[in-house]
Design a protein around this ligand. Structure first.
Ligand code: SAH
Length: 250
């Protein structure tokens, strides 16, 4: 079994595949100005099993296209949507975020929680802008330095894993340079990263290793454990920031 299949297996049973919370999604919805608008078209890109998708579909008057590279996640999302009575508001689409089939100017909002890093923040905000209507909303959460300075060990880890990690000031400047106006930002915290994401994964490690007694599986667990350990020691310096921005006219 290759690494990707192992990763999907480890993450499929999680309520989330990245840091986040229903409360954070709601806060971003509050900031977005989308509440109260009718007949919205929204894409949730890198939706995983759809924790955010369900909040958006339940709380906006919207049709949501939930996009992920992995059909296994979309299958779980469809089951959850069905149970929540949201199937008629959610479609799934197995596609890569660097090759999306949306028509130009067709979306009122693009949502992406803990996912844009897969193509990189700047590439993502640039490539996705054309799918938004002028005035449409981009809401993305992204790995963010919380302070101007931080311990060397933390800098080195994330510089290797995700070189685009930067402060909110840098990310906001990138949005502004790419044709967006910032309408809201907030950093997420312990609940979103530790309680909702890392703690549930840690609980799944032993079952996962029992299912896959292999060096590849052990390496995945070791890497996750290292990342969790770093987060626990350095949570004051790094988190996921939530950026809500409006597409400016050309
Ligand atoms: N938004 C979800 C999942 C975040 S994890 C949540 O907050 O829980 C990142 C997601 O991006 C995963 O579900 C992963 O399968 C998906 N992904 C990774 N590469 C992708 C790509 N190239 N195109 C679309 N989705 C991708």
């Amino acid at each position: 079994m290759d690494d990707l299949k192992l990763l999907v297996d480890l993450h499929r049973e999680g309520a989330r595949q990245g840091p986040g919370s229903d409360a954070a999604t709601r806060r971003a919805l509050d900031l977005s100005g989308l509440r109260g608008q009718a007949g919205l078209r929204v894409a949730d890109i890198g939706c995983g099993t759809g924790a955010a998708t369900r909040v958006i579909a339940a709380e906006l008057d919207a049709h949501v296209t939930a996009v992920d590279l992995f059909p296994d996640f979309l299958q779980v999302l469809e089951d959850h949507a069905e149970k929540a009575g949201l199937s008629d508001r959610i479609d799934t689409l197995a596609a890569s975020m660097d090759d999306l089939p949306f028509a130009p100017g067709s979306l009122d909002a693009i949502w992406a929680e803990g996912a844009i890093y897969n193509i990189g923040f700047e590439a993502g905000i640039t490539a996705w802008r054309r799918f938004l209507k002028p005035g449409g909303v981009l809401a993305v959460s992204e790995l963010t330095w919380l302070t101007a300075e931080r311990p060397e060990e933390l800098t080195e880890h994330w510089a290797q894993e995700y070189p685009q990690v930067a402060t909110a000031g840098t990310k906001i400047a990138q949005l502004e340079a790419s044709g967006y106006m910032l309408i809201g930002y907030f950093p997420q915290g312990h609940v979103e990263w530790m309680e909702n994401y890392y703690s549930p994964i840690i609980k799944r490690f032993s079952d996962f290793l029992a299912r896959y007694d292999s060096d590849a599986a052990r390496a995945i667990v070791a890497a996750e454990q290292r990342e969790v350990g770093l987060y626990q020691r350095f949570a004051d310096y790094v988190s996921y920031g939530f950026y809500i921005a409006r597409r400016l006219p050309d």
